[in-house]
Design a protein around this ligand. Structure first.
Ligand SMILES: Nc1ncnc2c1ncn2[C@@H]1O[C@H](COP(=O)(O)OP(=O)(O)OP(=O)(O)O)[C@@H](O)[C@H]1O
Ligand SMILES: [Mg+2]
Length: 250
């Protein structure tokens, strides 16, 4: 199986070289665990270091804020956009029902998954994208009322990814949960995302306050021999890095 470097430092070696190419991976966790940074690093490093253009579809955060926030890691997103190595599609304004000032945007009143997919594929074709991110499934599905509609929406995204040959990350949310509580763990908001996805990466906090450690573990990755450990995760001024437990506590 061909693999795609994630661009997240320290992660690829835990994944036998990277994500399986052409597959859809779920990155899930509570708020603030780093799902958006993880996904943006996949797109940004993919474009910069691996010459693989990528599309970042944002339903949660406005593109201008993302560009600004990512500057703290030294990532000049605007530059890569100008070189057509990456593109951000703004789905936040359409969600709010207001027009967007972005070059790539879903129009207000067109917040419909089929139209969104058409827009994604058209932008992807324009920059010859190999990578795509949907951030996030709950924000994309916010209008959908029942489990069936949501399941169908997630499946549609999965089919789009499969047909396009791109490698995808979708993000979802779960409540903060304790890995050791003995209660059954949730992997995503709607509990369908993890079944449709070929891989699941969970981001977490261990402990609270200043003693808290960010963690990451790979819950599944089809076709891949992967690490089963819980790994410390750090967000530094260069971006996200996965560590080994013995490096941090050893
Ligand atoms: N330069 C930095 N150094 C350390 N930590 C940072 C830095 N920048 C952001 N963070 C941390 O990353 C978090 C935001 O990460 P991100 O937006 O990727 O989370 P998320 O899981 O997508 O959250 P949400 O569910 O709200 O969308 C911040 O809350 C902060 O804790
Ligand atoms: Mg986010």
């Amino acid at each position: 199986m061909e693999r795609l470097e994630t661009g997240v430092y320290g992660l690829d070696e835990l994944l036998a070289g990277g994500l399986p190419k052409g597959r859809m991976i779920l990155v899930s966790g509570a708020c603030g665990t780093g799902k958006s940074i993880f996904s943006m690093q996949f797109i940004y490093k993919g474009a910069l270091d691996y010459d693989e253009p990528g599309v970042f579809v944002t339903f949660d955060e406005m593109p201008e804020k993302i560009r600004q926030d990512m500057l703290q890691f030294g990532w000049n997103i605007k530059e890569l956009e100008e070189q057509e190595k990456m593109a951000i599609i703004d789905a936040t304004s359409a969600r709010a029902g207001t027009p967007s000032e972005e070059e790539n945007a879903i129009l207000p009143g067109q917040f419909d998954l089929d139209r969104i997919i058409v827009e994604i594929l058209s932008v992807a074709r324009k920059i010859n994208a190999k990578r795509i991110v949907i951030d996030s499934v709950p924000a994309m599905a916010f209008r959908l009322e029942n489990a069936n509609e949501i399941r169908r929406a997630v499946l549609k995204i999965a089919y789009m990814v499969a047909r396009s040959g791109m490698t995808a990350i979708i993000t979802s949310e779960v409540e903060e949960q304790s890995l050791s509580s003995g209660q059954s763990i949730k992997f995503s908001k709607y509990e369908v995302e993890e079944y449709v996805a070929d891989g699941v990466i969970m981001l977490n906090f261990l402990g609270v306050g200043s003693q808290a450690t960010r963690t990451m573990y790979i819950r599944k990755m089809r076709g891949t021999k992967h690490s089963l450990e819980i790994h410390p995760l750090e967000i530094t001024d260069k971006g996200m890095e996965i560590r080994k437990i013995e490096e941090v506590f050893g």
